[in-house]
Design a protein around this ligand. Structure first.
Ligand code: ADP
Ligand code: MG
Length: 422
C-alpha cells in the first residue's frame, strides 16, 4: 500500500503554499486550437506544476478536517490517492526529460516572460518550479502559441508528450472512485458519532472538494483529448465550440425517459416538451451539460410518476424551456410533480439527501463522473450546481408545494468567467 513518507509530506506542504492558477473556458479554447507538439509540451509543463499544486491543497485540506473526520479510513484512502498522484506528477519531468527538453522547457519559461525559478524551489528537476508571486513559469498564453509555430521540435518531444499523457490518464483513473469513497468516509464519521461537527461544515467541505475535482478533471481531460488529436470538427479537446442545445436536450430527455420507464416498469412515462431554437449553439463542455440536464430531468420524471402513480394513463408533461440572452442561456425545467415543502428546499442541496430508497455506495457509479441511477444517491442537485457554477453559471430551484417544481439552469455565454478555485 502507498504511504506518505516524511519527505513527500514536506514537499506537499511546500506546494500547498502556492496559489492555484485558474483557466477559463475561453483560454482553453484559444490555447488548444491546432496544437503542435510544442504546444502540447508546453501544456504538459503547465500541468506538471499546476496539478501538483491543486493536489497538494486537497491533501492538506483532507489532513486538516475538523474533529476526527481526517482519521476515517475512507478519507485516508482518498488522501493517499491525492498524495500518490502528486508524487507521480512531480517526479515525471525529472525521470523522463532529456537535457535537450529541459533546455526547451527553460526557454519556454523565458519566452513567456515569466519569473525565473526561485532559489529555494524544492523541485529542482522541474525547470518551471512555482514562483512566489503566483505567476508561474508556464502560462497558457496565446502569444506563445503563434510565436512557436513552425519550429522543429526534437523527436523525443513526441515520446515525452505521449508518456506524460499516459501518466495523467492513470492519475485520472485512480481518482474515479473519489466521490463514493469520500461519501463512504462521511458515513463512517457519522457512525462513529464522535463529534459535534455540524453538517454545514461537511457540506462546505464537500462543495470545495468536489468543485476542485471538477477543475482537475477538466484540465486532465482536456490535455488527454488534445493529445489524442482532433476528433470531431467544432471540438477543441473536450470543449465543443458549437454545442447545439436542442440536440443535447433531446438526448438527455431520451436517456432520462428510458431510465425512468425502465425503473418504474412503465409502458409510457411522462412526456417532456422541449421548447428550444434548433440553431442555438454555444461554447460548452457537452459532457457537463448532459450530466446536468439528465439529473434534472430524472428528478422531474420521478416526482411526476410518484405524484400520479405508476398506473396513470396520461401524466402531465414536463416542460423544458430554453431562453437565449446576450449574457446567458437559461433553461427552465417545469414539472407538476407536487413540489417540495418549503422547509425541505434547503435540504435538497445537501449531499446524500434523498427521499428515494438509499442506494448503496457502489464505486462503479463513479465510473463516468458521478453518474447515478434513477435516484437515491442524493448527489444529483448539488453536483449539477457545481458543474453550472464551474463555468460561471448557476442552478436554482423554486417549488410550489402541492403543484410542482421549476428548476432554472443558467449557463454563462461569455465563457470568460474565472475558474472557481476552492
Ligand atoms: P436523488 O435524486 O438521488 O434523491 P437529488 O440531489 O437529485 O438526489 O435530489 C434530492 C431530493 O430532492 C430528491 O430525493 C427529491 O426529494 C427532491 N427533488 C429534487 N427534484 C425534485 C422535483 N423536481 N420535484 C420534487 N422533488 C424533487
Ligand atoms: Mg436526482
Amino acid at each position: 500500500m502507498f504511504r506518505i513518507t516524511p519527505q513527500l509530506s514536506e514537499k506537499i506542504k511546500h506546494f500547498a503554499t502556492f496559489p492555484q492558477t485558474g483557466v477559463s473556458l475561453r483560454q482553453m479554447v484559444m490555447f488548444g486550437q491546432n496544437p503542435t507538439q510544442g504546444t502540447l509540451f508546453k501544456a504538459s509543463q503547465f500541468l506538471s506544476e499546476e496539478l501538483p499544486i491543486r493536489l497538494a491543497h486537497r491533501v492538506q485540506e483532507l489532513e486538516e478536517l475538523p474533529h476526527n473526520l481526517s482519521d476515517m479510513p475512507s478519507i485516508v484512502r482518498v488522501k493517499n490517492w491525492y498524495a500518490q498522484s502528486f508524487q507521480d506528477l512531480v517526479e515525471f519531468p525529472h525521470s523522463e526529460m532529456s537535457p535537450r527538453l529541459k533546455d526547451i522547457a527553460k526557454g519556454m519559461n523565458k519566452q513567456a516572460d515569466m519569473q525565473a525559478l526561485p532559489e529555494n524551489s524544492p523541485n529542482l528537476a522541474m525547470p518551471n518550479g512555482p514562483t512566489q508571486n503566483g505567476r508561474r513559469g508556464v502560462s497558457l498564453s496565446h502569444r506563445y502559441h503563434s510565436a512557436m509555430d513552425g519550429v522543429e521540435w526534437p523527436v523525443e518531444m513526441h515520446a515525452y508528450n505521449e508518456k506524460f499523457t499516459k501518466m495523467i490518464e492513470a492519475v485520472k483513473r485512480r481518482h474515479d472512485p473519489v466521490v463514493t469513497t469520500v461519501a463512504q468516509g462521511i458515513l463512517e464519521f457519522k457512525q462513529a458519532k464522535r463529534s459535534h461537527l455540524v453538517d454545514t461544515d461537511i457540506q462546505a467541505f464537500l462543495d470545495r472538494f468536489y468543485m476542485s475535482r471538477i477543475g482537475i478533471r477538466m484540465l486532465i481531460g482536456q490535455h488527454i483529448a488534445l493529445n489524442k488529436g482532433p476528433s470531431r470538427k467544432d471540438y477543441v479537446g473536450i470543449i465543443c465550440t458549437r454545442t447545439n442545445l436542442a440536440d443535447m436536450a433531446q438526448e438527455a430527455i431520451d436517456n432520462a425517459k428510458f431510465i425512468c420507464e425502465d425503473h418504474y416498469g412503465l409502458f409510457r412515462g411522462p412526456e417532456v416538451h422541449l421548447h428550444c431554437r434548433k440553431d442555438l449553439e454555444f461554447m460548452y463542455v457537452p459532457s457537463h451539460l448532459s450530466h446536468m440536464l439528465f439529473e434534472l430531468l430524472k428528478n422531474s420524471l420521478r416526482a411526476v410518476v410518484e405524484q400520479y402513480g405508476t398506473e396513470c394513463e396520461e401524466y402531465p408533461p414536463i416542460k423544458l424551456i430554453v431562453a437565449q440572452g446576450k449574457e446567458d442561456i437559461a433553461i427552465k425545467i417545469s414539472d407538476e410533480g407536487g413540489g417540495i415543502p418549503r422547509s425541505g428546499v434547503p435540504l435538497v442541496w445537501t449531499y446524500m439527501y434523498t427521499t428515494a430508497p438509499s442506494q448503496s455506495l457502489d464505486p462503479t457509479f463513479d465510473k463516468s463522473d458521478f453518474k447515478a441511477p434513477m435516484a437515491g444517491f442524493g448527489y444529483g442537485l448539488p453536483i449539477s450546481r457545481l458543474y453550472a457554477r464551474y463555468f460561471g453559471g448557476d442552478l436554482k430551484l423554486i417549488s410550489m408545494e402541492g403543484y410542482g417544481t421549476d428548476v432554472y439552469l443558467h449557463l454563462n455565454r461569455i465563457s470568460n468567467s474565472d475558474e472557481p478555485l476552492p
